[in-house]
Design a protein around this ligand. Structure first.
Ligand SMILES: C[S@@+](CC[C@H](N)C(=O)[O-])C[C@H]1O[C@@H](n2cnc3c(N)ncnc32)[C@H](O)[C@@H]1O
Ligand SMILES: Nc1nc2[nH]cc(C(=O)O)c2c(=O)[nH]1
Ligand code: SF4
Ligand SMILES: [Mg+2]
Length: 256
């Protein structure tokens, strides 16, 4: 199992700014306040966290990818003729070249969403920062980690998962949605406390309608166990519920 937090750049990577790309595809935005909007997705590989439930295993626990120059990525995006582009991962903001890509895509006039775990806040043009801070229930343990032995990742994940400086910087610079992966009612105290802390520290407002509860689940069957529980929690606490449309529609098949 790889234990690197980023992915090595090989000698034969393209010259200049380039990114390790796990997949690039057109679909509907499945999550958040833009759910349902046709969008082109660029998924980078490599993550600084290791959520036990990560639905993108091949960008975190076992990263696979091809290195693509930023110019080639822009061409592949243009070929799909989108209005909305979503940069995701893995953790896309780990890579310096993500800012370069976002600048190039902003020049082309696309609406840019970045899906991020909220531990990094580089200066980059972002129309919607879709921030998913990781709760304590995301931490890998020997019982739930994909290979049963999280080893050093349990401590590393726990230490890194919340960075208030990054969270407040994102909120002050961009339109933000905070999208929590919810496993059940026991997550709510932590969410309430995190939202209160962010509000206290940030020089920008965070409305309840921009706090989203998303059911944990990689498959339709897993969502069957969480969807209604989480929808009821959203109604009870006054936060927004977000579905996982790509799981409901396509069971999270690759390139959806
Ligand atoms: C694979 S992550 C990539 C972006 C970034 N690393 C992050 O975690 O926000 C994309 C989105 O999927 C969510 N996600 C990952 N695994 C999930 C699961 N098993 N159930 C629900 N959401 C999940 C993340 O919280 C995030 O909102
Ligand atoms: N359709 C679709 N919508 C998404 N929204 C966020 C995604 C992600 O993996 O970041 C995602 C994804 O993987 N597929
Ligand atoms: S932060 Fe995102 S990409 Fe990284 S392990 Fe967690 S869900 Fe997966
Ligand atoms: Mg996904």
């Amino acid at each position: 199992m790889p234990v690197t937090s980023t992915v090595e750049r090989p000698d034969d990577a393209p010259e200049g700014p380039a990114l390790p790309v796990n997949e690039l595809f057109a679909s509907l935005q499945g999550e958040g306040k833009l759910a349902g909007v046709p969008s082109t997705f660029v998924r980078t590989s490599g993550c600084n966290l290791r959520c036990w439930f990560c639905d993108s295993y091949h960008t975190s626990w076992d990263p696979t990818h091809a290195w693509m120059s930023v110019e080639r990525i822009v061409e592949e995006v243009e070929a799909r003729d989108p209005t909305h582009v979503v940069l995701t991962g893995g953790e896309p903001l780990l890579h310096d070249a993500s800012a370069t890509l976002l600048e190039r895509l902003a020049d082309e006039g696309y609406h840019l969403t970045v899906e991020t775990n909220g531990t990094l806040a580089p200066d980059a043009p972002i129309d919607l920062a879709s921030v998913s801070p990781k709760l304590s229930t995301s931490t890998p343990t020997p019982d739930n980690a994909p290979d049963g032995t999280p080893g050093e990742w349990e401590a590393r994940h726990e230490e890194r998962r919340i960075d208030f400086d990054a969270l407040t910087t994102l909120l002050e610079r961009h339109e933000v949605q905070l999208k929590f992966v919810v496993t059940g009612p026991d997550d709510m105290d932590e969410i309430e406390s995190l939202v209160a802390d962010v509000r206290e520290r940030a020089d920008a407002d965070l409305n309840d309608e921009d706090v989203l509860l998303m059911p944990e689940g990689r498959t339709r069957e897993e969502l069957d166990a969480t969807r209604n529980v989480v929808a009821d929690l959203a109604a009870e606490y006054g936060y927004r519920y977000t579905p996982r449309l790509h799981v409901d529609l396509w069971n999270d098949a690759p390139e959806t």
